[in-house]
Design a protein around this ligand. Structure first.
Ligand SMILES: [Zn+2]
Length: 70
């Protein structure tokens, strides 16, 4: 993850995952190396959801790309 927070300029950024998470993904979330890398965005998807969340200041930014949907 090389995203930078536009607000505090730090790089402690979590990617927001939308939709219902698979059990495999939830297992990945529990791993120590993935702590802080992902945030669950829930199942309510609109057209202007942020793609990233700053772990330091909580700033939400970016745009969720439609092509990232699987
Ligand atoms: Zn920040």
């Amino acid at each position: 993850m090389k995203e930078t927070c536009p607000d505090c300029k730090r790089t402690n950024i979590a990617e927001i995952m939308y939709g219902y998470p698979s059990s495999k993904f939830l297992d990945e979330l529990k791993k120590d190396e993935n702590k802080g890398k992902y945030q669950l965005g829930g199942c309510c998807i609109s057209n202007d959801d942020p793609a990233f969340s700053c772990n330091d200041c909580g700033f939400l930014f970016g745009n969720r790309e439609d092509e990232e949907n699987e």
